[in-house]
Write a protein that binds this ligand. Structure first.
Ligand SMILES: [Ca+2]
Ligand SMILES: [Ca+2]
Ligand SMILES: [Ca+2]
Ligand SMILES: [Ca+2]
Length: 404
């Protein structure tokens, strides 16, 4: 494999990298840190080359034009804060259009923007096998000539809490999930498959749950065209639970190609070619109504039918969160999709904050009949005592400035 070792750093980063002093020439500091060993490196690959199992490698913000291979090492490679979207957006691994951006079979990859990958046969963005964990990344703008543009996950790989958008491949453009891999809490949007599986291809015993899979497209070229899944194509004994599969711009939302697929508690709606293609039925608890997403197409609005409508038997992993870092289960039952809706106490008008609009909302509904089918009256009864009166205004006033 050829590796490009050119490193470009942002202007702001560069200012901090020049070490100057009397008689000293400028020295380019090394932005990749093996925190375990206490060593610094110029490239991510150089840090991995000298790492051993168990090492933690932290990468400063900047753009790294590299094609990275973990070399099967069980190491943790992350940006300075995988939970900070600004850091993730500013810590870029650019594959240079020549190869897969990151290959790993163990360890953890988190907190990067992964882009400009290309592969003629495996994934273009991230090719993850073995026991690898791929979390909290933005995987966007990768080009797979064959199968799996954004992420390919094999074996027992976990792909969680990523934004996987605008990747293009022949098949399986967002995620290609195989074997016993687990794909959860991801936002998978606007990926394009030339043939089929615009958002996700799920095969073998992979599990796809609590993802928001929207605006993907399968163009349907080639022999599988008529059976293309714009959102999800599933086969074998794949498991599909509590996903939003909506607004696919071409072809079916969800294709179920085997009687052994388990699919339930999904919200499948508004897909251009039809919501389902299945000879094996659909989930008993599926919703086929508008998920009522926020304008960002990711978050649920207060009126969303997906709130508390996910798989009631879900047992999240320890410390599992939704795409925002909120607890995966709030209000007793998991929501459908990658977002868990956080109820905002005092936020009567449902726009996520508590301000004078909310007290005005309550005032305008004094005496409004609670529990009779008008959800705006129910929302105005903030203290839950069955009437809308000045106590509710007081409840809202006491919470001004909270939420959001
Ligand atoms: Ca919930
Ligand atoms: Ca949330
Ligand atoms: Ca409000
Ligand atoms: Ca009340």
């Amino acid at each position: 494999m050829t590796r490009t070792v050119q490193v470009t750093v942002s202007f702001i980063g560069l200012a901090g990298l020049l070490v100057c002093g009397p008689g000293a020439s400028a020295v380019l500091a090394q932005p990749v840190h093996n925190l375990t060993q206490g060593t610094d490196h110029l490239t991510i690959q150089a840090a991995i080359d000298s790492a051993v199992a168990g090492d933690e490698i932290e990468v400063d913000p900047g753009t790294y034009v590299e094609n990275i291979d973990f070399l099967d090492k069980d190491i943790n490679v992350h940006s300075t804060d995988p939970l900070d979207p600004t850091i993730v957006a500013g810590t870029i691994i650019d594959g240079g259009g020549g190869d897969t951006v990151v290959v790993l079979s163990a360890g953890t990859l988190s907190g990067f923007t992964i882009t400009e990958g290309f592969s003629a046969q495996r994934a273009a963005g991230v090719y993850a096998t073995g026991t690898a964990v791929v979390s909290h990344n933005v995987i966007t703008g990768n080009d797979g000539a064959w199968e799996g543009a954004g992420v390919t996950a094999k074996n027992t790989v976990v792909v969680s809490n990523n934004w996987i958008t605008n990747n293009v491949a022949w098949i399986a453009s967002g995620v290609h999930a195989r074997d016993d891999s687990l794909v959860k809490n991801n936002y998978i949007a606007s990926n394009i498959a030339i043939a089929g599986a615009g958002g996700v291809r799920a095969r073998e015993h992979s599990t796809i749950r609590n993802n928001t899979i929207v605006f993907n497209r399968a163009l349907g070229l080639g022999p599988i065209g008529p059976f293309s899944g714009g959102g999800i194509y599933s086969q074998d004994s794949a498991v599909l639970l509590s996903n939003i599969v909506a607004f696919s711009g071409a072809r079916w939302g969800m294709v179920i190609a085997s009687e052994n697929v388990t699919a339930d508690y999904n919200c499948v709606f508004g897909n251009a070619g039809g919501d389902y293609l299945s000879d094996f039925g659909i989930g008993r608890h599926d919703l086929n109504v508008d998920p009522l997403l926020e304008e960002d197409n990711l978050h649920l609005t207060a009126a969303s039918p997906c709130i508390d409508a996910g798989d009631p038997d879900l047992e999240p992993s320890a410390k599992e969160t939704d795409i925002d870092g909120e607890d995966r289960i709030l209000d007793g039952q998991v929501d459908i999709g990658c977002d868990e809706f956080a109820f905002c106490e005092g936020g009567a008008n449902g726009d996520g904050n508590v301000d004078p609009l909310d007290s005005g909302f309550v005032l305008a509904r004094f005496g409004c009949p609670v529990g009779t089918g008008d959800p705006s009256c129910d929302a105005a009864d903030q203290n839950g005592d069955g009437v809308v009166d000045p106590l509710d205004v007081g409840f809202v006033l006491a919470r001004f400035g909270t939420c959001d």
